[in-house]
Design a protein around this ligand. Sequence first.
Ligand code: SF4
Length: 259
Amino acid sequence: MPGTIRWTWFKMANRFLRKAGASTIVQKLSAKAILERNLITEGDRILIAASGGKDSTVMAWALSAIRPALKKNYELAAIHISSDFCACCKKSALSQRLEGWGIPFTDLFVPIIGRLKEGEKMNCYWCSTQRRTELLKYAVENGFNKIALGHHLDDIIETFFMNMTAKGELSAMPMLLAYRKYPVSLIRPLGYVEEQQIIACAAERDILKAVCTCPYGINSKRRDVRKRIAEFTGNSGAVKRRIFKALSSGDRDLLMENE
Ligand code: SF4
């Protein structure tokens, strides 16, 4: 997809912000991302990773709402991974809401702390790895070929800055990532949507917001990067979208030769 075509969504985002409601903005930007980046194809079986938070719930709503406009037949189902230490989301309310949008819901329990070996400490990396493994396993065993994650534009930029400043690496969260070993791809349909647009959409649609009360969830590095990005960009959506654009454009040869 030529860069000029992709660039149009940046302009669209501003225009919609002025004219449309938040739900319309989320639908349009998700549809644009799906079409431009070929995230969904005919006959896909998509498993939504539903944490119970605003991002994945808004994504589930959007994927269901835009299906007729996309004119693609794809199947949606959602899975929530419960653990032995975190009971923060309102699962029954979540399942009712998802099923109301025609999305079947499964709750899968994973004993994340219980899997720690003696002497090992619980941390977010371990937790995410266990969750991702189970998600992947469930998708493969149940014939899903796509897993949809609710990461948005701000998550992607934050990850980019975190990887750059903490690991010295230019990497982020691709909107489409095909696993080499498994017949499954990860997709991030909210990649063009800013967090503030998701918050506004959730408020407009009265989408419940489960507050994460996880005792291990004090991710100070991400919070710090978020604060620095806000200072650096002046919290301007246009600047954030230009940073995002930089991730998938430009001449890589002009960055730096490999060490
Ligand atoms: S915040 Fe809690 S639930 Fe989230 S990844 Fe970290 S340990 Fe897991």
